[in-house]
Design a binder for this molecule. Structure first.
Ligand code: AHR
Length: 381
């Protein structure tokens, strides 16, 4: 893929947004198409009623009745909540669960947001439909964590035609950056490079016979990690990638792929790379069942990605040798971009969420932090 240079941060003004729609929203009230909750509806009604009844005129009471009737038939202009639609990938991993929770915490009603988060269950067509639904609901902002990197041009054009700002989050897309307003996420190619650099440092001159359990097919998180790792692997004549298959970023997928790898390559591999923690858990189960040892005291060096709490626990326990972080805590950054758009201020076109890597106790690395109880205690997700 054609990866953008994530280190250049050009800024855009919100006046670049189509139709000046955000300015309108900032000055006026937001149309909430959902029916209003009974309590809120009642309180507006009684406020009106009190004001008019003081006139003590029969005519006024009749006018009130008419106004009330017509009010009930009209769409309700509710609070000044900013509406945000988030087309979430799914719930395939612990990383994803943490990311969903982070959006729900940050885009709360208390913070002034109405978040419509759609779990697209890793189904590309469902995700396109979710975005189209956000457009038809005239959401103020649309955030997309793209399941697949390809195929976004048409729906992004539709959002742009509707004047709705779009923020691509977490993963990357293969589309002109004119078609969306901002991007917030991690550099997964760098994550793959970090895994490769760490492995080179760890193995020294030893041969590597490598099996890769990739993430979901067509996802930039999988494409980037593969590309980054392969760059480093290409510099080592004594590294061989025996096989590389998708485990779909799930534990069940990781286990299934590892079981089939064991059938084909038992006794031939000494490195397993799982492109997320959940796949690593599945691969560990498969290796346990086959009596294959892994981790710092085992025959197989195990590399994972994400560095979630459980992944880091396994790293602290020496079962995972190296866990390269992908940070799911991104909603605050997205909110910061939206706030600037709302205020008509300059905002970052591209914001990179920083990652680091962690290694098991006993390993010292220039590329990674050695795990301790304190590091684990600091990891909430
Ligand atoms: O896009 C981020 C990736 O998606 C995470 O590595 C993985 O766990 C998730 O499913």
């Amino acid at each position: 893929g054609d990866h953008r240079d994530l280190h250049s941060f050009p800024t855009r003004r919100s006046s670049d947004l189509k139709n000046g729609r955000k300015a309108e929203t900032a000055n006026g009230s937001v149309l909430n198409e959902k029916p209003m909750a009974g309590a809120t509806c009642k309180s507006i009604f009684s406020k009106r009623k009190r004001g008019i009844i003081t006139m003590k005129k029969k005519l006024a009471v009749m006018a009130l009745a008419a106004a009330t009737l017509s009010m009930m038939a009209m769409p309700v202009y509710a609070d000044d909540l900013v509406t945000v639609g988030y087309a979430q990938v799914g719930h395939e991993s612990d990383w994803r669960t943490a990311n969903t929770q982070n959006y729900q915490d940050v885009f709360s009603e208390d913070a002034g947001y109405s978040l419509d988060l759609v779990d697209c269950d890793n189904d590309n067509a469902a995700q396109l439909e979710a975005v189209r639904t956000f457009i038809s609901k005239d959401m103020d902002y649309i955030v997309i964590a793209p399941i697949q990197s390809a195929g976004w041009d048409t729906v992004l054009q539709e959002a742009q035609d509707a004047g709705i700002p779009v923020i691509i989050a977490d993963r990357e897309i293969e589309a002109s950056d004119d078609l969306y307003d901002a991007w917030v996420g991690t550099n997964t190619t760098n994550e793959g490079i970090t895994a490769g650099n760490w492995l080179a440092e760890y193995l020294g001159d030893k041969d590597a016979n490598i099996l890769v359990i990739e993430g979901s097919v067509g996802a930039s998180a999988a494409l980037g990690r593969t590309e980054g790792f392969n760059q480093v692997a290409g510099e080592h004549d004594n590294w061989k990638i025996l096989d590389s298959q998708s485990g779909d970023f799930t534990q069940a997928g990781g286990q299934e792929v590892m079981e089939s790898f064991i059938k084909s390559y038992e006794g031939q591999f000494n490195v397993v790379i799982c492109q997320n923690d959940n796949e690593a858990y599945g691969a560990m189960d498969a290796m346990d069942a086959a009596g294959i040892t892994y981790g710092v005291d085992g025959d197989v060096t195990l590399i994972s990605f994400d560095a979630t709490h459980d992944g880091l626990q396994y790293t602290l326990d020496g079962k995972i040798n190296c866990d390269v972080e992908c940070n799911p805590i991104q909603a605050e950054v997205v909110k910061g971009v939206i706030e600037k758009m709302q205020a008509g201020e300059e905002f970052e076109k591209t914001t990179l969420v920083e990652d680091q890597a962690f290694v098991a106790p006993g390993i010292e690395s220039e590329y990674a932090t050695t795990m301790t109880d304190e590091v684990l205690a600091g990891r909430a997700y």
